[in-house]
Design a protein around this ligand. Structure first.
Ligand SMILES: [Zn+2]
Length: 124
């Protein structure tokens, strides 16, 4: 079996945490994100990409949840397992409405401003 990349031997979890910036509160995903700001992690092979925070939940709890993985902190790129909780579709929608981002990808608030600043620093 051949692997296209030299780093392909590393376990997905190891590659995953290597792309996480562990702050005092939020642990921010520094890899690729989707247009809504959620981290995307490629497990490699044919499995494609998965939401980074969902993957964080899976490797922390050892199982794939049937429900949505939602954020307590409302930072889409955060993958801190302590900030994640499971919810239904309805919870997901209620959560989005309560946080004022239903149907939009508009992100705001001090935590998000902090996140943007951090990402700038990481990239510069
Ligand atoms: Zn967080």
């Amino acid at each position: 079996m051949s692997r296209p990349f030299g780093s392909g031997r590393k376990a997905p979890a190891e590659r995953f945490w290597a792309k996480v910036h562990k702050g005092e509160s939020c642990w921010l995903w520094t890899g690729a994100t989707n247009p809504a700001g959620y981290g995307m992690f490629s497990k490699g092979g044919r499995e494609g990409a998965i939401l980074a925070h969902r993957f964080a939940w899976i490797i922390t709890h050892g199982e794939e949840p049937a429900l949505h993985v939602l954020h307590k902190c409302d930072i889409p790129a955060c993958v801190n397992p302590l900030h994640l909780f499971l919810g239904t579709d309805l919870d997901n929608q209620r959560d989005a409405i309560a946080k004022g981002r239903h149907g939009t990808a508009i992100l705001q608030g001090p935590a998000y401003a902090q996140y943007l600043q951090l990402m700038q620093e990481l990239k510069s």
